[in-house]
Design a protein around this ligand. Structure first.
Ligand code: GUN
Length: 299
């Protein structure tokens, strides 16, 4: 069976272009300029890279970008004060506080202080609850990106058997909810699940987000399954070279899957494109406009 490699980089570029066109439209037709505030506390090198990328791509899509860089010793109260100001600021439609936060700050308290309607990360308990009860919500960007790739590939997911390996609040749990909302039969596997290879072999759709290089082996994958690899792990190979790999043993799984996301270049680029999409959606809702049409159909 020849595997189809899912090009998340190309798909995310098309989604970003679409967001850009819709942003230009709401600006021209309604004088609405969607704005995203990105808050970084401290100087974690990986976070700095992510935040720079989020700001650059916001500007490329025509969003207003508001940068807030706070020192490592910023108190929880000072951060909560900034969030309260951003909640009130009508030019800010989306607020993202980059994680992880320094240890002295309670991340849950901070995330739940963000106005749920501006919570473009989809991490607020209200958005989590809305997603799980089938109400309109802002959905976490990585699982949203995975779902867009799956729907583009498969169209209707009704009745498909899906396994989500990993149960994080950021990826695994919202991913399972999104699949359930599309009428899939969903299994969530985690470190205490018994015989995960057997569970995995029953799935038409496999989504893996655990942070363990090469966990999912080729013989875990049912012939013809779709494999979405959310993991990003840095490893040093036998030649001493450092490189990024996913949670799936890619070469092996490619022998069995009908389609698979590579790492890098699969799910990763979709996350920021979905952040831009969420910011536009949030801005439209706050202005009483209908949700923008952000479906890409490659077929
Ligand atoms: N840190 C790593 N990924 C993310 C993300 O998607 N959102 C936020 N806020 N922080 C992160």
């Amino acid at each position: 069976m020849s595997v189809s490699v899912i090009d998340g980089k190309a798909f995310s570029a098309r989604l970003q272009d679409l967001v850009g066109r819709e942003v230009a439209k709401v600006k021209a037709d309604h004088g609405l300029h969607p704005g995203l505030a990105v808050v970084l506390v401290g100087s974690d090198p990986a976070s700095e890279v992510y935040v720079r990328s989020k700001r650059r791509r916001s500007v490329e899509a025509g969003l207003a970008s508001f940068a807030h860089e706070l020192s490592e010793d910023t108190s929880e109260a000072e951060l909560l004060e900034l969030i309260a100001r951003l909640n009130e600021d009508r030019s800010v439609h989306g607020i993202l506080v980059q994680l992880p936060l320094p240890d002295h700050i309670d991340a849950d308290k901070v995330l739940d202080a963000i106005d749920p309607d501006k919570d473009v990360d989809g991490f607020h308990v209200l958005n989590v609850g809305r997603l799980s009860t089938g109400k309109p919500s802002l959905v976490a960007c990585t699982p949203l990106g995975c779902m867009m790739l799956l729907q583009d590939l498969l169209g209707d997911l009704k009745g498909k058997s899906a396994i989500v390996i990993g149960r994080s609040n950021i990826v695994g749990k919202p991913m399972a909810q999104l699949l359930l909302a599309q009428d899939c039969t969903v299994t969530i596997a985690h470190r205490f699940s018994r015989d995960v290879p057997k569970l995995c072999r029953q799935a038409d759709i496999v989504v893996v987000a655990v942070g363990r290089a090469g966990l999912v082996r080729g013989d875990w994958v049912k012939p013809g399954a779709i494999v979405i690899d959310v993991g990003i792990n840095r490893i040093t190979d036998a030649d001493g070279n450092s490189r990024l790999v996913g949670d799936v043993a890619y070469d092996e799984a490619s022998q069995h899957a009908a389609a698979i996301t590579p790492v890098p270049g699969g799910v990763g680029p979709m996350t920021i494109a979905c952040l831009l999409a969420n910011t536009l959606t949030a801005a439209c809702r706050q202005s009483g406009l209908p949700d923008p049409e952000l479906t890409l159909n490659s077929k």
